[in-house]
Design a protein around this ligand. Sequence first.
Ligand code: ANZ
Length: 844
Amino acid sequence: METLVTGKSYFELVGAIEADMQCAWEAEGINKVDFEGETSPKRYVLGMFPYPSGNAHMGHILVYSIADCLARLGRFKGMDVLNPIGWDSFGLPAENAAFKNAVHPADWTQKNIEKMRGPQIGRAGFSFSEGTELDTSSPEFYKWTQWLFLKLREHGQVYRANAWVNWDPVDNTVLANEQVINGKGWRSGVPIERRQMEQWYFRITSFAEDLWNGLDQLEGWSDRAIAAQRNWIGRSEGCEIEFPVVGLDDTTVGVFTTRADTIFGVTSLTLAPEHELLDKLVSSEMHDDVTAYVKASILKSEIERQSANEKSGISIGRVAKNPLTGEEIPIFVSDYVLVGYGTGAIMNVPAHDHRDFEFAKLKGLKVRTVIMPSSGETNPYEAFVDDGILVASGDFNGLSNTAARKKIIEHVEAMGTGKSVIRFRLRDWAVSRQRFWGAPIPMMQHQDGKWEPVPLSDLPVKLPKTVDFGAVGGKSPLATSKAFYETVSPTDGSVCRREVDTMDTFMCSAWYAWRFLDVNNDVAPFEIDKSRRWMPIDYYVGGLEHANQHLIYFRYISHFLHSIGCTPRPEPVLNFLDNGMIQKDGAKMSKSLGNVVMPDDIMSRYGADALRFYVMSDTPYERDREWDDSGLAGKQRFLSSVWEMYTSTKEENELRFEPVQPELIDAWSCSLVADLYRLATDTEELCEETQSFHVVVARIHAFSNTLRTAVGEAGTSQRLRVLSFVLQNFLKVLGLFCPHISDRLWRSVFGMSESLFSQPWIPIDDAVLQISSPTLSVTLTVDGKPRRDLTVGAEVSDDELTSLVSMESEELGDLFKGRCIIRTIIVRDKQGLPKLLNVVTSAE
Ligand code: ANZ
């Protein structure tokens, strides 16, 4: 391995180089993690773990390339780095395959894991931490998923309720709200139906305020990721107001409104079809019609109901009283009012709400303007939804509507007929799934209906080997296994029936990050000390496509674990890197479109390094990008040229020096080394701070040109030492993206016995940077008159430049004596470099 195979090109050698290096890394254990280490800072990098479908795709390569770059950089910098991989291996495809091909989901899953671990993802040479792999469908993992269920229960986070649920008629299971996208199942893509069922729920809403406030701390998250979270949580400040029902003294209809300022414009109330008061309130004349209406609407999905072009609804034959005006208003039922939000009833203000306006048109209801636009003109054909001044609103006339909102809430509170409330769109998390391939819910039911938890000592509740996967009709296949569900209570020995539903598989990914810290722990899910040291995750990488749902659950579990002292911070992720999609012909790669480019095919043709370098180049990681074979070939040619440069430049032994900074004997040496240092410091900043990996790739290309020139110019043995130092260290930057070729050259060209990846980062000497940092001359003008030429670094920022000219400046302060600086203007040349700094002043 020490010597180079000469006479062969990089193209011929790449397969052997990559296989060889991967063997060496494994044998040398370079990806070990020091979990206990206390002296070095830690870095936890995590690429979202894959579902083992057996088909890795380019998205995986991108995600793990990003994670790998940050992990390797951390290791170079002496950090203890954790960069684990696992398998999100519960879920429906395994179960469907089991049904179709008569193979057990466990076997199907294991086969796929092997494929992905080996030729698909493994082949790419990512530096996954040794000994940290996990598999969520293994009893060693799901035992602790069950433990978490019981912990949540112990802390009042779990309850059972009979509620309206989203039913996926193809996957035959309930879905959580987050798993319904545009009215369709997130996996099956078919329209969701509504059913009423008994389910286990997690009280995620009890953390709604925390999850909302936590968003302010997520400085390392993209705006779009935060916006998606905000949208899910959906915080609204408003109030609940009680409307007395005429003729029923003891009954009021409570509505939730964010617009108390419009209360004088209310012309009707509307209940959701599932509203609990409906039966009591409906008049006998309207009973049959209302029942028929309710029946039809509850089958529709929420999205269908909310997005229907035509509003529908009928009167329930009952009247309520506006608590502020005493006016009597009719009550309706309509399916655009949702049962799970607010109180499930609304006050209609047609003049100021679009949906209410449409509804009023449909029902011939009054439209009463109570907010006047500043133009003083109202449009009778649409609702006016902006701010304005109150009219027709009694004592509140003349107030701005925002001021009136506060006053009216105070007023209804004082009357005892309402209160201000904060409402969230977020609903509790329905976690029961009527499926086999998930973690069994560790609960059992007594014959009298009471539920009892499985004791911790009896975990895991294991999935049985044999069940009837063909069982349908909304029941879990576990209901066909007597051996599974028949049990006895550990408390009183009576016959019980185990819960046959399994947990939503999002539960596994909601806590897997902690298990990676301690995968072999068989007495606890993880040691709290490890969580204290390693959480939060420093860089979490993954696509946002389905991650929104995952991130809500992940954050919830993290907040919960924090509340019981198991993790150091409520928020689990410091920097979240949501990568864009790799597309082909403008569309997402998918089997049905026949445009899939398989990573394993590509790697066997071009090598892993070229593929990894390619997916990180040209486009910022967060943007979607178009797959281009020629770009990939270009990257391989580049690596080949680097290979040629290193292997054919000099006799091997002429470059074999220790990687310590040699004496910088002349300007040539100084400038070459300074260029390397600039590359190194910029690489750190570009990877860690701004995650501009594509810029680093461009810098690597540029630097290789600098190197090529230097190779031609170096002559003396002293310069050769400098060159060798730079060539060696450049491999560390290249190695973040292309580890195989880099380590191969490191060992073979320079005769190193230890891996490149066990070396420290480039030893930057600031003095060298300063001596040879390129400078610029910028002319300072004060009120149009040229005053000085300032010498500044070429990469000076606007802020740095303007901060040079302050009254306090020792050097320049005199120029501004008795004057005030009003403005500074920077004029740049065509290349964008600063040329003039104009300062405008006025007398003090
Ligand atoms: C009267 C009103 C007047 C309203 C007006 C709006 C404008 P966000 O901001 O999303 O929280 N609403 C309340 N509960 C509802 C339910 N269960 N289903 C459908 N709509 C419901 O929206 C709050 C507003 O949505 C509430 O304020 C209510 O309509 C409606 F000029 O009350 B509003």
